[in-house]
Ligand binder design. Sequence first.
Ligand SMILES: [Zn+2]
Length: 259
Amino acid sequence: MQKAYLNRLAPDVRALAEDLEYALGFEIIVKVSQHLPRRAADEPGGLECEVDQSGARIVIPDPDWFPDGSVLHELFHVRRFLLEGIPLLVDNKAYVRWNPCVSSAVTYHDNCMEHLVIVPEELCRRPERLAHWERAIRQVWGTLAVTASHEADCRPGALVNWAFIEHVLPDSATRREAVTVLDRLGFREAAACFADALAPVLNDKEKLVKRWFEHLHLQPEMASLRYLNVWDNACRETPLNIVAAAARSGAQRNQRPAR
Ligand SMILES: [Zn+2]
């Protein structure tokens, strides 16, 4: 990471950045982009990270906006995808109904999945980040609260954001409002079932993705799992429908009686 940015970090975040760079064998680059979407009135824009098999970049909206807690969050994303080998969920360009909305939806779902694992660790290290996440989840449920009950499109968002409350912010001040909205939309049982189904597979991305798609009624054909290997400079993608078919044939093999 460029020295000017590295020097602005708290010692533990700086150490994480340096350890990651040492393990990965390259520098994590900080890049400024004016096009990051604004997430809150008092923030110029959220940070993002970009990863591929040959590098990692932390994208910031302004050279002066480099909050420690947000950098920690992005470093956790980098660590998962590049050091721990956790696959990213990406859109499948061969999907017959592909369009840019499919691409952004798949990115949204991957972020939501990753946050179920990353944010609890982030809150352990930076309890003050609770205010940021409480504000984010309050905004989401505020939007869902004004959604008409017949809009089936809001089902995935409602279920996903209930899972976030259940697994990340169980004592959230927004919990009561979320339950009211789920009741009104008729999704309370489905949301509880979804959150329960995720609990045992949070640390197994392949299984997590499979359950995610089943419960949210998403088409597996729209997405792939992308595995990045920085040491071999390699990128491998497996379409989800192939992962699902392999899992099914594996299950059938397991059910075959022994002779
Ligand atoms: Zn994130």
